[in-house]
Design a protein around this ligand. Structure first.
Ligand SMILES: Nc1nc2c(ncn2[C@@H]2O[C@H](COP(=O)(O)OP(=O)(O)OP(=O)(O)O)[C@@H](O)[C@H]2O)c(=O)[nH]1
Ligand SMILES: [Mg+2]
Length: 574
């Protein structure tokens, strides 16, 4: 049997109309079933609506090893239209090398920037393609290309693609009206660059089989064919595969890779898998897998990072479009960070420690979320102390089916697509999914995220050397009983313990085990003498006036933590 060609998936991404489909067409020698805007709706609108696949075979470049053999580039033509970003995110997750197509007459555009962000999250390597150079006036073409090349180099400076190759082409010189005979410019040079950038993607046949299906059709008398890219594991003739969306399991009857029958395929391969007949309309896009290997989850814990280009803050309780693996759903987030003692701890990849305590955050902590005033206080140099790792709890509006440890991207897709702003907000890794619909009761209590609570009140008067009466710490209707035994601190330094309620107006008694200091006693005696002159009004009035009474010299502070998901709402002090 001839050696299998080595397959490298090349994504073609870029702003709408930059010429991605034209470029894929110019590059490919063999078109697969789903290539080149075949769908009638796509042709009618002149835009790409779905992922297109085609391939290009070349001789194996030297860095990929000696001996004869072929290199197959599977070109994944992604749509450019902003509304199709979910498809683009799905496409980016199966590629090894990304081509970012830029219209040389326009430069970076909004979706070019979004594609760059997606590339940074999902791809290892990139080549920038400056397309439509035929539109530059011939005399100034070279200098215009050089200028744009410099600009792109600058844009990429602070990305992981710094220094990546930039190639100038015209995929379809003359545009749509030009005759097909018109030869593209620069494409053979581009192929050389692609070959030089090709690397042996790490492929691993072990683990569960998982494939992203992008196309499904039936063949009379044979069965239904699903084409797609194998994301993990491997598959052989006769294997059972599950289609989770349809809740069915089917046997693999035959397989093809680019029109050639095969008996085995593994991670990174593009295959068509034929199984016993089912209605192909039921599965246009989706996942197939080893039976029972995916989980369907209602909520998840992820570790995450904010996307630097996203303007604004990430607020707890906000809703995002959340892409989990290959599905996108609406979800609500709650951010949390390490507890202060663990702030500098190293990043733990791919695991979540349920033994640890975590600190609830109203928003994701980033340089711009910490106010400049706090900033000054915390650090002279203006450097904000940020934890090395942060997490979020995601609660989905409807359950999603996804692999474990999959990529998660949060975006604000309801942002106006003409707003010229990055809609991608955060990315992360799914660490723990919650399959139980009643996860709030069965699962969340295990998650030890706490809020720090702080209450302040005032000492009203001294009872004796070992006890004082406090007020303004609780509301009138608060059940003080549940606070009994908690430690408090007086602003004069004494430690105290809440002993019980006192009267009906939310006042309470504090025991001072070590006794009041003489200075404190004096301070309080003077203050209460002044006050008693005012006479006795009714209780609420007194309470109100006392709130504004800054003359009270001694304050009481009560601090405790409370776990967000503790059903008993226990207050805990260290
Ligand atoms: N002049 C010129 N026109 C080009 C070139 N490449 C593509 N075009 C034209 O640009 C338009 C868009 O090309 P497509 O290949 O459909 O662009 P796309 O990036 O795939 O568009 P979407 O998939 O909808 O985002 C078409 O009218 C092409 O004929 C080029 O090199 N020169
Ligand atoms: Mg296109």
């Amino acid at each position: 049997m001839a050696a299998r060609p080595l397959n490298v998936n090349v994504g073609v991404l870029g702003h709408i109309d930059s010429g991605k489909t034209a470029l894929a067409r110019a590059l490919s020698t063999t078109g697969s079933t789903a290539a080149f805007d075949r769908a009638p709706q796509s042709r009618a609108r002149g835009i790409t609506l779905d992922l297109g696949f085609s391939c290009l075979r070349t001789a194996l470049p030297p860095q990929l090893g000696p001996g004869p053999g072929e290199l197959q580039f599977t070109l994944v033509d992604c749509p450019g239209h902003a509304s199709l970003i979910r498809t683009i995110i799905g496409g980016a997750q199966i590629i090894d090398l990304m081509m970012l197509v830029i219209d040389v007459t326009k430069g970076m555009q909004t979706q070019s920037a979004e594609c760059l962000v997606i590339g940074q999250i999902a791809c290892q390597k990139m080549v920038v393609v400056l397309n439509k150079i035929d539109l530059l006036p011939e005399g100034k073409r070279q200098s215009a290309i050089e200028k744009m090349t410099k600009k792109m180099q600058k844009t990429l400076e602070n990305t992981k693609f710094c220094g990546c190759p930039i190639v100038a082409v015209a995929a379809k010189p003359g545009g749509p009206e030009a005759p097909e005979s018109e030869n593209p410019l620069g494409v053979s040079e581009l192929i050389e660059v692609l070959k030089s950038q090709a690397y042996l993607p790490s492929r691993d046949p072990s683990g569960h089989f998982l494939m992203a299906v992008d196309h499904c059709f039936s063949i009379k008398g044979q069965g239904t064919v699903m084409t797609g890219t194998i994301l993990s594991g491997s598959v052989s003739l006769g294997d059972s595969v599950e289609i989770p969306a349809l809740k069915v399991t089917k046997k693999v009857k035959s397989m093809q890779m680019f029109h050639t029958p095969v008996t085995y395929a593994m991670q990174g391969d593009r295959v068509g898998i034929c199984v016993t007949q089912f209605d192909p309309k039921l599965l246009e896009r989706g996942l197939i897998c080893t039976p029972d290997s995916l989980h369907t989850i209602h909520a998840a814990i992820i570790s995450l990072k904010k996307i630097q280009y996203f303007r604004g803050t990430l607020q707890t309780k906000a809703k995002f479009h959340i892409t989990v693996g290959h599905e996108t759903v609406m979800g609500r987030v709650m951010f949390f960070s390490p507890a202060p003692a663990d702030f500098n701890e190293e990043i733990q990849e791919n695991v979540f420690d349920f033994e640890k305590d975590y600190l609830y955050q109203e928003q994701y902590l980033s340089k711009d979320s910490v106010s400049s005033e706090e900033n000054k206080e915390n650090d002279q140099a203006g450097e904000v102390q940020l934890p090395k790792q942060q997490w979020a709890l995601l609660e989905f509006e409807k359950p999603v089916t996804c692999p474990k440890l999959c990529l998660v991207i949060g975006s604000k897709l309801d942002t106006d697509i003409h707003a010229n702003t990055c809609r991608l907000a955060f990315h992360g890794v799914l660490l723990q999914g919650m399959e139980d619909k009643n996860y709030t009761e069965t699962f969340l209590p295990k998650l030890k995220v706490y809020k720090l609570k702080h209450k302040e009140g005032q000492v009203e008067r001294v009872m004796d050397d070992y006890s004082v009466i406090g007020r303004s710490l609780f509301k009138k209707e608060t059940n003080i009983q549940i606070f009994v035994g908690l430690k408090v601190k007086l602003s004069t330094g004494e430690d105290g313990i809440i002993d019980g309620g006192f009267g009906q107006s939310g006042k309470f008694k504090i025991r001072i085990p070590d006794g009041l200091k003489p200075d404190t006693k004096m301070l309080l005696t003077v203050a209460s003498k002044k006050k008693s002159k005012g006479g006795k009004g009714d209780v609420t009035k007194e309470d109100e006036s006392s709130k504004n009474d800054s003359a009270q010299p001694v304050t009481i502070s009560l601090s405790f933590k409370r776990y967000v998901f503790d059903t008993q709402k226990k207050m805990i002090q260290s």
